[in-house]
Design a protein around this ligand. Structure first.
Ligand SMILES: Nc1ncnc2c1ncn2[C@@H]1O[C@H](COP(=O)(O)OP(=O)(O)OP(=O)(O)O)[C@@H](O)[C@H]1O
Ligand SMILES: [Mg+2]
Length: 352
């Protein structure tokens, strides 16, 4: 067969037709001279004719198949375009969802902050008004030249108590506002640079040394020397500070000394894994899923705002572009694992 599937099988068999015509002519020329030879040639010609017919049929089948294949391809291309469009729409929807989610969590946060700040501000306000009333009363007594020693002593006591309460509550409100500012982590406001991870962890821990020593704990840092990271050191320092402060505040009893550790390795190319651990009392199971929620604290009223780990979570998943997980069991210590890229996205890559 000369060719197949060209779509115009018509001319494909010219040569074969010519051979067949020659066979017929040959038979005619043979006449009855040699019937045996003539029969042989006729049988051969017939077999050849059948083969040509079969070939024609095959070409037709092949043409039809090609045709079908082309339309299947066309259909596939259409479906692919549809799938790509659906994917693009899905991505858009996902982004909108993420934005909505961010807004919702910001709304919840603002609501929470307002609620949290309400208490100290309310207490300060009622203390101030109590002091104002007492002062008015004192002035009246003073103007009437009727102040007794008792009156004066009572007034001094009220003034001392209320001012102390006003101060403490204003301080608490100020601390809440400070934490809230930190929550709104803005990637552009924190400085991005290239830094040596081991040295930076060392520097951060050095600044926390007095608190750690005072609490009687030990720290072990195990980080490959010379490991360079291109990212946001300020964010990392805040994360570590929160971990350490939490261990000090929540991890141990007053007289208990513990072992804190920071271990760094590279789980894959371009990835950094930082494991922070203490060997303290751990986090109760029912609290473990809530520790990253804003305002979740087991020390409400004792200085805890419950924003620490929420800030940590925002910093890790925001500027550090990483993932954070916690592993803890009652009395078995607490371990936070952070995995983030050595090179933050955006900007010129500075690491080789
Ligand atoms: N190392 C730890 N050991 C035991 N419990 C912990 C530890 N770290 C965190 N927790 C628990 O997780 C809770 C939430 O921690 P988070 O840092 O968010 O808030 P906080 O420390 O209570 O308050 P803030 O950090 O805002 O002053 C803590 O109240 C505590 O119960
Ligand atoms: Mg904390």
């Amino acid at each position: 067969m000369a060719a197949s599937g060209s779509g115009n099988g018509f001319n494909l068999f010219d040569a074969e037709e010519r051979v067949l015509a020659e066979a017929v002519t040959l038979c005619d020329r043979l006449g009855d001279a040699d019937p045996g030879l003539r029969r042989g040639v006729e049988t051969l010609a017939e077999a050849y004719r059948r083969s040509v017919r079969e070939q024609r049929r095959l070409v037709k089948v092949s043409d039809r198949l090609q045709h079908q294949l082309a339309s299947v391809n066309q259909e596939l291309a259409k479906r692919k375009a549809e799938a790509e469009e659906a994917l693009a729409r899905l991505k858009e929807a996902q982004e909108t969802l993420v934005q909505t989610e961010k807004l919702a969590s910001l709304g919840a946060l603002v609501g929470g902050v307002a609620h949290e700040i309400n208490t100290p501000v309310g207490i300060a306000l009622s203390c101030a008004s109590h002091l104002a009333d007492a002062t008015i009363h004192m002035r009246k007594l003073f103007e009437a030249d009727d102040i007794g020693v008792d009156d004066f002593e009572r007034y001094m006591e009220t003034a001392a108590d209320t001012t102390q309460l006003i101060l403490a509550n204003c301080e608490r409100a100020a601390a809440l506002i400070r934490s809230f500012k930190q929550v709104a982590v803005d990637r552009t406001s924190s400085e991005r640079r290239r830094f040596d991870l081991a040295s930076y962890i060392g520097e951060t821990l050095a600044s926390l040394k007095p608190r750690i020593r005072q609490a009687g704990h030990q720290v072990r840092i195990d980080c490959p020397p010379g490991l360079m990271v291109d990212g946001y050191p300020g964010a990392l320092s805040q994360v570590l500070t929160n971990f350490v402060m939490n261990s000090i505040v929540h991890g141990y009893d007053e007289d208990q000394s513990g072992q804190l550790s920071i271990t760094v390795d590279e789980p894959g190319p371009g990835q950094v894994r930082l494991v922070y651990a203490d060997d303290g009392r751990g986090i109760a199971e029912e609290h473990r899923t809530r520790i990253f929620d804003p305002f979740f604290t087991t020390r409400r009223g004792a200085g805890g705002t419950g924003l620490g780990l929420h800030i940590v979570y925002n910093l890790v998943t925001g500027p550090l572009e990483g993932q954070l997980s916690v592993d803890s069991e009652t009395d078995r210590g607490t371990r936070f694992t952070l995995v983030f890229p050595r090179q933050a996205s955006g900007g010129e890559p500075s690491l080789t």
